[in-house]
Write a protein that binds this ligand. Structure first.
Ligand code: SF4
Length: 605
């Protein structure tokens, strides 16, 4: 632990709207525990989003937070009064059709302003020597607004920005455009924040290269060393719990705590993805460390619901983690994002450990599109993963990227055909393509029919033109085939919403829409149609055996090897019949049975 100034330097870290109310900021909790462990500095964390949720109501807050852009729009007129009418338009658009009764824009802007003023009045800002804002998804305008308000009263209090929305050129352009930011950390925060504290306390003359500052300092060539995730102290969520108890004293709140298993992504190749800008290298904790941290947090805060903040779980360490956590006897409920998993025993293991909800990167149901997206998966992999999640009683949250630039009519036709095979599985959500700054696609735009990169039309409704011109932002738009893509993808969007409607309205949700019961010499398959009617199919003898053999994707040559009594033409006829009825899916020489085995709704997986 280093020496300190005569007056210890204290730091305030702030997370502005719009994170989910029942989730504390992982960034704040991680930075607090790191800086306090490595120095004698005091770090206080604040979550003004809780105050705003209390002011406008938790339900209204949640609906605005879900929409993303609407939240930014509410802060735009407070920073740029001339943008009021356009921001109002964007706010309305964000709820059009889906959520018409959200409330009056101007009244909400007033409530936002009042909530921030009350929070400022109740917080002893003058007692801090540095104030940091963690800026992640849709927290940009709220953070800029708070920083500007603080500067009005405390012009000499240094303000530092950091977080996923401040990496690389994006952060540099924010720093250039907004004088309320004194320092900006690009990339990993722990060592950088510690270093900045030392600098402000007079212990360091220079600043590392990834800390932008207004002073003309000589920047050493060395980068700030990256932390070893296994050596990090556990995140400290106590300030969030204190605020929750104070603000919602009469409500029982059992938050979902964020966990961090890894930084970056072990795949890191998807052409549309810019999620790893902040983490150029991939690192992860060991399964044992993750286990100890999770059990500690669960017992300290009496919580069992956890969400991994990772872009993709680290596969081998995740195996170790879920094996050990299952042995604790605690009824955990985890959410995680991961790449497709094709091994049933692995997903069953995760399910026994408490993984209840998974977001699997499906993205497309056309093999050529998947290859242009550099997903490293095929349609067969995706459909097998969707089936597997249902078989393990896991809730799958999967997206299909629509309006992907350069999509051909053949790829749309392939997507529509393949969608019919996934009707029985958890429905996919349409995610409209956006051009993320730093995504590989930006490096070779012409390969994707992109002629020029432009500011996103929604950002034009938030920032005055002269400011927007100088900004590099995370969300962008492009000049190319956008209108054509919108038209082409319309039938896919319609089919996806029809599928969601089917799953929402099904009467007997306890039974999977496509399941089988095994009679050991025969199978009965029950297949619910989109109309609600149910078709029954019976397979006997070798047909049953082949159907069960193809519970995971199998090559036709392998089926012929395992079942030598069946001739190739007869097998082909059988498989054609099965795929024609959408009981099996075929891609090239691989085939998969789609029905999952019936489990009683109360049976444990
Ligand atoms: S989309 Fe997911 S899997 Fe692909 S590179 Fe990004 S984080 Fe990794």
């Amino acid at each position: 632990m280093e020496g300190d100034t005569p007056t210890p330097l204290s730091v305030a870290l702030v997370s502005m709207p719009w994170p989910i109310v029942n989730r504390p900021s992982l960034q704040l909790a991680t930075l607090k525990s790191y800086v306090e462990e490595k120095s004698t500095r005091k770090v206080d964390c604040f979550h003004p989003y809780l105050h705003l949720a209390k002011a406008i109501g938790i339900d209204t807050y949640a609906r605005i937070a879900r929409s993303g852009w609407a939240g930014e729009a509410l802060f735009a007129p407070l920073l740029f009064p001339e943008m009021k009418s356009q921001a109002n338009q964007l706010f309305r658009q964000s709820f059009a059709r889906k959520d018409p009764a959200i409330g009056d824009f101007e009244e909400l802007v007033e409530q936002v302003e009042k909530s921030v003023s009350l929070w400022l009045a109740a917080t002893d800002i003058a007692s801090y020597h540095l104030l940091g804002l963690s800026v992640c998804f849709f927290q940009l305008l709220p953070s800029l607004y708070l920083a500007a308000k603080i500067k009005e009263k405390h012009p000499f209090l240094p303000i530092v920005f950091g977080g996923s929305s401040c990496a690389g050129k994006v952060g540099a352009s924010l720093f250039e455009s907004f004088p309320q930011i004194d320092y900006l950390i690009s990339g990993e925060g722990e060592e950088a924040l510690l270093h900045l504290c030392r600098h402000l306390a007079g212990h360091e003359k220079s600043l590392q290269r990834n800390i932008l500052s207004r002073q003309p300092l000589v920047k050493p060539d060395t980068q700030i060393p990256r932390v070893n995730l296994n050596d990090l102290p556990y995140p400290n969520f106590s300030p969030y719990f204190q605020e929750i108890r104070k603000l919602f004293a009469n409500q029982i709140f059992i938050p979902m705590l964020p966990l961090e298993f890894s930084r970056g992504c072990w795949w890191n190749r998807c052409s549309f993805c810019n999620l790893n800008l902040q983490w150029p290298d991939y690192r992860f904790k060991s399964g044992d460390r993750m286990l100890a941290e999770t059990v500690y947090l669960a017992k300290t805060h009496a919580c069992l619901q956890f969400a991994f903040a990772d872009n993709a779980l680290p596969p081998q360490e995740a195996d170790r983690f879920f094996t050990s956590i299952a042995a604790t006897g605690m009824d955990f409920d985890f959410f995680a994002e991961m790449r497709v998993i094709s091994a049933q025993p692995q997903l069953e293991l995760y399910s026994r450990g408490g993984l209840r909800t998974v977001q699997i990167g499906i993205e497309a149901l056309s093999s050529s599109l998947l290859s242009r997206m550099s997903k490293g998966t095929t349609v067969m992999d995706n459909i097998a993963a969707m089936k597997l999640a249902d078989s393990c009683s896991m809730h799958l949250e999967g997206n299909l990227i629509i309006e992907f630039p350069g999509t051909t009519t053949e790829e749309i036709a392939e997507t529509l055909t393949n969608l019919d095979f996934v009707l029985p599985f958890a429905p996919l959500q349409a995610a409209a393509f956006f051009l993320g700054y730093g995504a590989p696609i930006c490096e070779s735009p012409k390969n994707f029919s992109i002629q020029a990169i432009r500011p996103h039309s929604k950002n034009k409704k938030l920032f005055p033109e002269k400011i927007l011109r100088g900004l590099t932002l995370i969300n962008n738009s492009y000049l190319g085939d956008r209108m054509r893509q919108r038209k082409l993808w319309q039938p896919v969007a319609e089919k996806l919403s029809a599928f969601q409607h089917f799953h929402k309205e099904r009467k007997n949700k306890a039974k999977h829409p496509l399941h089988y019961r095994d009679g050991t010499s025969f199978l009965i398959i029950s297949q619910e149609q989109i109309s609600g009617s149910v078709l029954l199919h019976r397979l006997r003898g070798i047909s049953r055996e082949i159907y069960l053999f193809c519970a995971i994707p199998q090559r036709i040559s392998e089926i012929l090897r395992v079942f030598p009594t069946i001739a190739a033409p007869a097998l082909d006829n059988f498989l054609n019949e099965m795929t024609g009825k959408r009981l099996m899916f075929r891609e090239g020489s691989r085939i998969l049975s789609l029905a999952i085995r019936y489990h009683h709704p109360y049976a444990k997986v």
